[in-house]
Design a protein around this ligand. Structure first.
Ligand SMILES: *[C@@H]1O[C@H](CO)[C@@H](O)[C@H](O)[C@H]1NC(C)=O
Ligand SMILES: *[C@@H]1O[C@H](CO)[C@@H](O)[C@H](O)[C@H]1NC(C)=O
Ligand SMILES: *[C@@H]1O[C@H](CO)[C@@H](O)[C@H](O)[C@H]1NC(C)=O
Ligand SMILES: *[C@@H]1O[C@H](CO)[C@@H](O)[C@H](O)[C@H]1NC(C)=O
Length: 626
């Protein structure tokens, strides 16, 4: 034992390794790192963290956020679980209370969610577009890529012997597929540290996620300095690389093979080459990436104009701070209150009731997300509208296109971006209710899969993530002990309870997501109570555990009060007026449909950040001193 400790000390002082195990955070030697490279496990199992400097700003790779647990927060480091894993022998999904396999995911889904089209009276498509973008900051798409590209054979003979294949059976009496010969939907098991050889196989599989867990726009700036430098920075005047086409600014395009599989060449060729390629995926993420890309360059240019003595480095990283803060401000203070209820969020400490600084940082919390957090966002698949309506800037309807047909089709999105943008502020989102969009329920991946059902996948993933039963979350969140279906009366409509009884034999069997699909909404909000609990807990933790949180007065590169007050003016409408395509007027609350109290107005009447708050007086002194 002493020997091992001594060796540990020895390595600590002399081997100049900056490598750590991503799973445990333990330091490893150069030699151990080389072993990982040899076994091809270095990508998932190790992280390289250069020594932390407490005065340094937010790192691109997320490391050194917490100076004690400095690997945590880096990309590819583990999540935490709100509740312990619930599984059966051999790390397979849990069995029902009676020891039987759980009811088929597709059968439960078709039994409890209706397919249909119900427009929301209050919210616009912009709300789901923005959410899709935000979620892209902390998730990874490798599980979807896995069954679409790398392991596409799960529904064939070959899939039966592949441990990673976990396809979903379609029952013979399926309401849709009784008319087709589809009896199997492709799906793979979540990637895990165990599977990737980073942790012993006799421990509970822990999901691997490639994004950084903080709200740091890693979906814009990338997860590593290397990818930012290669694909992002122009290294001039603080700008991101860009192209001008048709008089507008775009992220750089890839020449040659790319991820935009749904582009229809020869006409459609454009595909964006940003540090994180998720930007080409779903239309919402795609358009918001384009706007934030331009916004970065607009802010950098404004800063360069008022501070001529700043170099590229300073302009770039100050701009990044401002852009991250502006987008989080929109997310926390404009979007979340609409869904979750402003009073609820203030009561629970998630948002601040006033405009000044707020500092609730606690270094005892590592900057992590819960496994449940990105999972719970899947509930919002139920509010995704599948039909994208396009309008001109006078509000005349031009044409429609299916959302699923725009996935991985950046050229089409770019060509139609004026109409899509005007549509996003006019078209209603799908209603918060039990009806789900046809395309989300039967197509999802467009040309990439013949048939797919995002809700069936969500339910199946619920089980492969080993999430505890719904009633355990209810107990965790609200302190309620639920012993029978009768105990559910105050949280579900009577007809929903009937549906749950038809699908599950015991109340304990109910899957978390199935409970959220049918649960009543939180008072003051438009989301299910358990969804609220999981999301609010994480939003708060993200503030508490992030040393670089923008509202803090004491942090490296902190904003001054004047600067923070400018950040507080950020709004979706302001972003659109600054960089949105063909936007010259917009309603001030762009996530809410225009109407009395929220009338469209000219962009000159929508607040923008006053960049003079960032004026560096020393620049002028230097100029005059020359
Ligand atoms: C090595 O690992 C990476 C990342 O997991 C994977 O994409 C690649 O295919 C692997 N290469 C080999 C030779 O197995
Ligand atoms: C766990 O099992 C998988 C698949 O058999 C293997 O690739 C991986 O290396 C194993 N992990 C460890 C730590 O041995
Ligand atoms: C959408 O894509 C599907 C193929 O996945 C195609 O059959 C359909 O015609 C497309 N719809 C439109 C409106 O282009
Ligand atoms: C499953 O994937 C295979 C291979 O990509 C594909 O041929 C098949 O159509 C997919 N199944 C469905 C139901 O889409």
């Amino acid at each position: 034992m002493l020997f091992i400790v001594l060796i540990g000390l020895f390595c600590e002082c002399c081997a100049l390794s900056n490598y750590y195990e991503s799973y445990t955070g333990n330091k490893i030697t150069e030699e151990e790192y080389k072993q990982h490279v040899k076994r091809n496990t270095s990508f998932w199992c190790t992280v390289e963290v250069l020594p932390c400097d407490p005065r340094e700003g937010r790192r691109i790779d997320g490391s050194c956020n917490n100076l004690k647990y400095f690997t945590i927060g880096s990309n590819r480091t583990p999540t935490y679980r709100m509740l312990p894993a619930s599984y059966s022998e051999g790390f397979e999904p849990r069995l029902s209370k009676r020891g039987e396999t759980m009811p088929l995911a597709r059968a439960v889904r078709t039994n409890i969610l209706l397919e249909g089209h119900v427009p929301d009276r209050q919210f616009t498509q912009m709300l789901t577009h923005f959410l899709v973008f935000i979620v892209g900051d902390f998730v990874s798409v490798q599980d979807t890529i896995n069954y679409v590209l790398w392991t596409p054979y799960c529904c064939t003979e070959k899939g039966k012997s592949d441990y990673m294949c976990t396809p979903n059976s379609v029952p013979n009496d399926d309401p849709v597929h009784r008319f087709s010969n589809v009896r199997c939907l492709n799906m793979t098991r979540p990637g895990s540290y165990q599977r990737n050889g980073c942790a012993p196989n006799n421990t509970v599989p822990e999901r691997t996620i490639s994004g950084t867990p903080s709200f740091d726009l890693s979906n814009i700036y990338g997860n590593s300095m290397a990818s930012l430098n290669e694909k992002g920075r122009l290294f001039e005047k603080g700008l991101l690389k860009y192209e001008i086409e048709d008089g507008k600014m775009w992220p750089p395009s890839i020449k040659g093979p790319n991820l935009c599989y749904a582009n229809q060449p020869p006409r459609e060729t454009r595909c964006h080459d940003t540090p994180e390629r998720g930007s080409n995926a779903i239309v919402g993420a795609n358009i918001i990436t384009i706007w934030i890309w331009r916004y970065h360059n607009a802010i950098a240019t404004a800063l360069a104009n008022i501070n001529p003595c700043w170099n590229d480095e300073r302009l770039f990283f100050t701009t990044r701070e401002i852009v991250i803060a502006a987008i989080i401000q929109i997310f926390y203070y404009e979007l979340l209150p609409l869904m979750m209820g402003r009073d609820n969020l203030i009561r629970d400490g998630v948002i601040s009731p006033d405009l000044g600084f707020r500092d609730i940082y606690d270094s005892n919390y590592a900057p992590q997300i819960s496994l449940e957090y990105p999972f719970a966002w899947r509930w919002t698949h139920t509010i995704q509208e599948g039909n994208i309506k396009m309008y001109d800037n006078k509000g005349y309807h031009l044409k429609d296109m299916k959302l699923v047909n725009m996935t991985l089709r950046t050229a089409y999105v770019v060509e139609n971006i004026d109409g899509i943008t005007q549509g996003a502020i006019r078209q209603p989102m799908a209603k918060f209710d039990k009806a789900v969009d046809f395309d989300m329920a039967e197509v999802v991946l467009g040309p990439h899969q013949y048939a797919s059902d995002v809700f069936t996948s969500d339910l199946a993933k619920n089980r492969y993530f080993f999430l505890a039963p719904y009633i355990k979350y209810r107990e965790y969140c609200f302190g309620e002990r639920i012993r029978s279906f009768d105990d559910l009366v105050h949280m579900f409509d009577p007809d929903s309870i009937e549906l749950l009884k038809e699908s599950y034999k015991d109340v304990e069997d109910i899957d978390l997501i199935a409970g959220m699909w049918l649960e009543k909404y939180i008072p003051g909000g438009t989301v299910p109570g358990t969804f609220y609990c999981i999301i609010a807990q994480q939003q708060l933790r993200s503030v508490v555990s992030d040393r670089h949180w923008y509202e803090r007065p004491n942090r490296p590169n902190a904003f001054t009060l004047d600067q923070l007050l400018e950040i507080r003016k950020s709004s979706m409408a302001g972003l659109l007026c600054a960089v949105g395509d063909s936007i010259t007027e917009v309603q001030p609350h762009a996530f809410v449909r225009a109407g009395p109290g929220n009338e469209m107005r000219d962009c000159t009447q929508i607040k923008q950040l006053n960049m003079l708050a960032w004026r560096d007086k020393s620049c002028r002194v230097n100029q005059w001193g020359k």
